[in-house]
Design a protein around this ligand. Sequence first.
Ligand code: ATP
Ligand code: MG
Length: 449
Amino acid sequence: MNDVSVITLSESAAKALDLLEAVGFESWCVGGCVRDALLGRAVNDYDIATAASWEQAERVLADGGFAVHRTGVKHGTITAVLDGEALEVTTYRADGAYVDGRHPDGVTFVKSIEEDLARRDFTMNALAYHPDRGLLDCWGGLDDVRAGLIRAVGDPARRFAEDGLRVLRGCRFASQLGFSIEPQTLQAMRANKKMLACVSAERVTHELDGMLLGGHVGDALIECVDVLVAVLPEVAACRGFDQRTPYHIYDVWEHTARVVQCAPLTLRARWAALFHDIGKPAACFSEGDRMHFYGHPEISARLAEGAMRRLLMAPRFIAGVLKLVRMHDRQIAASPRSVRRALAGFDGDIELFRELIGLKRADAMAQSELSRPRLDLADDLERILGDLLAADAVFTVKQLAIDGNDVMALGVPAGPSVGDALDAALEAVMDERVDNDRGQLLAFVESRL
Ligand code: ATP
Ligand code: MG
C-alpha cells in the first residue's frame, strides 16, 4: 500500500480543488479515488466533495476553464470536464434513502465534510484527501485499507437497510480488491439481502459484471454466496452440492467459483463459467456410489437464460453465453477437421470459439488430476485454431468461392435448396474433398443435381 504522502491527484482534480478553495469553499477528493490511490491502483474517476453549492461550484469551475454539466443537481452534483477528464463535484450532503443505488431520494445538504463522510458505504470509501491538509479519516478507513477489510460505516445493519445496492457493492469490491468482508458487515449484508429486490435489474447486472471481472472473483463468490442467492436464486442448489465422480474434488459451487476465476477475462466467458454447471443438481442421478449429470449443459442453459432475461441482458449477449454453456462439455477432438466443424457451428465467431476453449481449460483446471489431459487438449485446440486461421481455412459459407447466385445459375431453384447446396459445398471443403476453388465448387454442386 502507498503511503499517504505519495498520493498524487490528476491535474484536473488538483486544479478544481485549487479554484474552489481560492474563493473560500473547502473541498476534498473523496471516496474511491483516495482508496485506489492508497492501494496504488489506477484511479477510475475523481470525486470531489465541496462546501460550495452546485451553483457556486458551477460558476467557479466554469470561470476556471472547465466545461460544466448539470448531471445531478437535484443531489448537488455537477460534472466538470477539463482536458477530457470528468470530475464529479458534489456539495457536502447527507442522504435519504437511495432509490437507484446512486442518487438518494431526498438529500439534505450539510455543513461539514465529516457529516458527508458519514453517509458513505464503506470505511475505505469514506476517506477524504487534500494535498495541503492530508488525509481525513473519521472512520478508520486507512487501517481497514491496510488490513484489506471491507467494513460498513457506522451500524452495518442500518446502512444496508437504507440501500440494498451497498450489499452488492460489498461483493464487487471483495472481488476487485481481494479484501475480505469484516464479519459483522458480512452478517448485515446477509441479513439485508432482501433489500436487493428494490434495486433495478440494470444496477444489479452492473455490479455483478464488475464482480465477475474482478481479480479475486473465486474467493468472493464463495464468501458472498449467501448474498448472491438473492439475485441469482438458481445458485442456491449448487452450494454444498457434492459431486461424487472421479473427476471432481469440489462441490458444484466451489468448482464453479474456481472456473470463473480461471475463465477468460471477458464478460461472456465469465457469465458462462458462472452458469455452466448450474443445472447439475437438477440433472444428477446416482448409480451406486457414483453420480452422473447427463444432459446438464442443456438444463444449465435453460436456467441461465431465465436468469439473464430477468437481469435484462442484451439478447445477443445472452445468445453468446448460452452457446458457451451448451458447448462447455462437448468433445472437440484435436484435429483440424474437428476444429473446423466446431467453428462452423459458431457461424464464424472466432472470438466466441476462443472463449469456449478458455472455458474448457478453466473447467479442467477446477477438476481432479484425472482431467489434466483436458488442459493439453485445450492447448492443442488453440494451436490448431491458430494454424487454421493463419492458413485462411474455410469454415463458413460466406468464405466459399461461390455464392447463392452461382448455385441458382446452375439451375437450383431459389429457396432452401440454395442454402442446402452451399452447406454441402462447405462440408466438402472442410472435409478436404474439394478445394475452395470456384471451378471445383461449381462442378461439385452440379454433380449433386
Ligand atoms: P469505483 O469507481 O471503482 O466503482 P467508487 O468507490 O469510486 O468505486 P463510485 O460509485 O464511483 O464508487 O462512488 C464514489 C463514492 O461515493 C464511493 O467511494 C462512496 O464513498 C460513495 N458511494 C457510492 N455509492 C454509494 C452507496 N450506494 N452508498 C453510500 N455511498 C456510496
Ligand atoms: Mg468511483
